[in-house]
Design a protein around this ligand. Structure first.
Ligand SMILES: C[S@@+](CC[C@H](N)C(=O)[O-])C[C@H]1O[C@@H](n2cnc3c(N)ncnc32)[C@H](O)[C@@H]1O
Length: 230
């Protein structure tokens, strides 16, 4: 299963950023920067970005934490990470890259101020077990910052359903040469909990004591900022 996910991301890696811009009408970069701002990230903070892909969330953190901070980007898809490497060179950024399955990480306790995930949580094999591990890596009062898809309420839901069912796979075919990958991504988005339901599941973790939720695009995308108590 994870191997097929790796292969899928490898096949769409070249045009992944372009597709993100097209699908979100260019808003994805705004969502990332806004999320970092709302999470209260500051210079010198340490961040672990999981399922970092081509790195746009990691860069949004790096812009705030640098030069004293530390950003570590983890992904198991070498082709996605190669694009991140090129961007790091271009931006002269300092982001450490780890090519590994997020389920196999082993950091010391209390290492990071933030652990982040953008559009990754629903792809991981055991997302809630991962959340347990993340709580260990976080410092006391550390935060988990999650950007994930949701489904907007009516009347936007009708547009959203047509757009995701027909237009996104079509654009995936035209721009990324892979319709089924984008069908898969939309399919997982429609099955994964979002909003209060996801927050409720996250709150079952005894280390998470507060979750702030923000909707973007009437709920097509959600931001969750979870504060961890130890
Ligand atoms: C939808 S992309 C998101 C990329 C990036 N965070 C963004 O916002 O554009 C999901 C990423 O998670 C990675 N991924 C999925 N499962 C993973 C796992 N078990 N371990 C590490 N990376 C994983 C994929 O390779 C892919 O790059």
């Amino acid at each position: 299963m994870d191997n097929s996910i790796k292969k899928m991301f490898s096949s769409i890696s070249r045009n992944y950023d372009l597709m993100n811009s097209i699908m979100t009408f260019g808003f994805d970069m705004y969502w990332r920067r806004k999320s970092v701002k709302l999470a209260g990230v500051k210079k010198g903070d340490s961040v672990l970005d999981l399922g970092a892909g081509t790195g746009d969330f990691a860069f949004a953190f790096w812009e705030k934490t640098s030069p004293e901070g530390k950003v570590v980007a983890v992904d198991f898809c070498e082709e996605m990470l190669n694009i991140l490497r090129d961007k790091i060179k271009k931006k002269k950024a300092e982001i450490e890259i780890i090519n590994k399955d997020v389920m196999e990480l082993n950091f010391s306790e209390n290492t990071f101020d933030f652990v982040s995930m953008a559009f990754g949580l629903r792809n991981f094999s055991d997302p809630f077990k991962l959340i347990d591990n993340i709580c260990l890596y976080l410092k006391p009062q550390g935060k988990i910052v999650i950007l994930e898809t949701g489904i907007p309420g009516y009347p936007f839901k009708i547009f959203y359903l047509i757009y995701t069912k027909f237009f996104i796979p079509l654009m995936g075919k035209i721009f990324a040469g892979n319709k089924s990958a984008y069908e898969y991504l939309i399919n997982t988005a429609s099955k994964f909990p979002y909003g209060n339901e996801l927050a409720g599941k996250l709150l079952k973790n005894k280390n998470i004591y507060d979750i702030k939720i923000k909707k973007f695009f009437s709920g097509a995308v959600y931001l969750y900022i979870c504060t961890v108590k130890k």
